[in-house]
Write a protein that binds this ligand. Structure first.
Ligand SMILES: CSC[C@@H](O)[C@@H](O)C(=O)COP(=O)(O)O
Length: 370
């Protein structure tokens, strides 16, 4: 079921109250504000796979909450252990919706541990479901707080790198804002904070082909917040950097490996190469939950390949066919930027900078801030 929102320009991707979840259909932005009712993990899985909701933190939260609404008034006959195994299996299923972002699998693992522990302490299946719902709901508030902290640390760090009276022009890619998270955003959150501090000359956002998260969603958020901003094609980024109009590039992350290699939206790697060539600092902004210490490097990150239709048809696959029929298509949704091209990683716990010319000590940082 779908419903239009009276606030015609809502930036709230996830609308949740206990027992009710509505997701803003991001495929229809910026022209229409339509929310879809999500009543089960299956609805959640489909919404994530079909890009109704996207962005690493938002998909983790939407997945967890889709299962929370399914279990809210579930007539369940079984033991507390059965309830835990029901939730565990549903979480495994939800993780299979999109493979690259670690936030979803990280959230699922934590929730699985939590329900198994809850089942050990009670015989009541209802109590296990309640523990699950409480934990899934906490993800919403934690994410907004983390994003605001990322913005705070990012703005403070960038300010410390500026000479007196300088202001910043920041280039970003894809959508990492309110729409990609529970609110405020990661890389776009840093831009929001820099702007709030009066330090932003302007933001540049790329179109982010083929799904156009930049032109449809980031541009929408920037206009909504009245942040001075300019949209460019993905292929204009190097020329813009050469023109001297960019002081910093800030992007989000779907997964950061232990050495700092970072998976993010396709095109991020090209931006990092261009930034390095033009001696422009390149930052990744992400919560600590985007760091995957189990992977030594980015080589083992699974990169999702999406439907050829996203390239063959207009509007990221939603419109008419525009490409020549019969052409083969390669459509990876993400790429991996090597750590040596990354200047720093802005997290809610502070900024991770290099310990030597080419290396981060990410494990040391995570252990220190835990
Ligand atoms: C805060 S969102 C960080 C990343 O998830 C974002 O940059 C990105 O790559 C999103 O890709 P998407 O395919 O739109 O889910």
């Amino acid at each position: 079921m779908e419903s239009t929102n009276s606030k015609s320009n809502s930036l709230q991707s996830i609308c949740y109250q206990r027992g009710s979840l509505r997701l803003l259909d991001q495929r229809r932005l910026p022209l229409e504000t339509v929310y879809l009712d999500i009543r089960s993990a299956t609805d959640g899985w489909n919404a994530i796979k079909d890009m109704v909701v996207r962005g690493a933190p938002a998909i983790a939260i939407a997945a967890a909450l889709s299962l929370a609404v399914e279990t809210f008034d579930l007539g369940f006959s079984g033991t507390s252990t059965d309830a835990a195994s029901f939730l565990t299996k549903k979480l495994e299923y939800l993780v299979s919706s999109r493979p690259t972002a670690v936030n979803l699998s990280d959230a699922a693992t934590k929730l699985q541990k939590l329900v198994l522990k809850a089942a050990e302490t009670t015989d009541e299946p209802k109590a296990v479901f309640e523990a699950y719902i409480d934990a899934a709901e906490r993800m919403l508030t934690d994410d907004v707080n983390d994003n605001k902290a990322i913005g705070f640390h990012g703005a403070r760090f960038l300010q410390s790198q500026l000479k007196d009276s300088e202001s910043l022009s920041i280039l970003t890619h894809c959508n990492t804002g309110s729409l990609a998270t529970a609110g405020y955003g990661t890389a776009l959150g840093v831009i929001r904070s820099v702007h709030a501090e009066g330090l932003l000359a302007q933001a540049f956002c790329t179109e982010t082909r083929p799904f156009n998260q930049g032109s449809r969603l980031t541009a929408f958020e920037l206009v909504h917040d009245m942040i001075p901003a300019t949209l460019i094609t993905d292929s204009a980024a190097a020329a813009l950097m050469k023109s001297g109009h960019v002081n910093a590039v800030i992007v989000g992350a779907d997964r950061v490996a232990a050495n700092g290699d970072t998976a993010n939206k396709i095109g991020t790697y090209s931006l990092a190469i261009s930034a390095s060539f033009h001696k422009i600092p390149f930052y990744v902004a992400a919560p600590v939950t985007s760091i995957d210490l189990s992977l030594p490097s980015g080589e083992d990150i699974i990169v999702e390949e999406r439907s050829p239709k996203e390239l063959l048809n207009a509007d990221g696959g939603l419109g008419k066919q525009v490409a020549a029929p019969g052409i083969f298509v390669w459509n990876p949704a993400f790429d991996v930027t090597p750590a040596n091209l990354i200047t720093g990683i802005i997290t809610e716990k502070g900024v991770i900078t290099k310990v030597s010319a080419d290396a981060f000590d990410i494990k040391g940082f995570v252990e220190k801030v835990k």
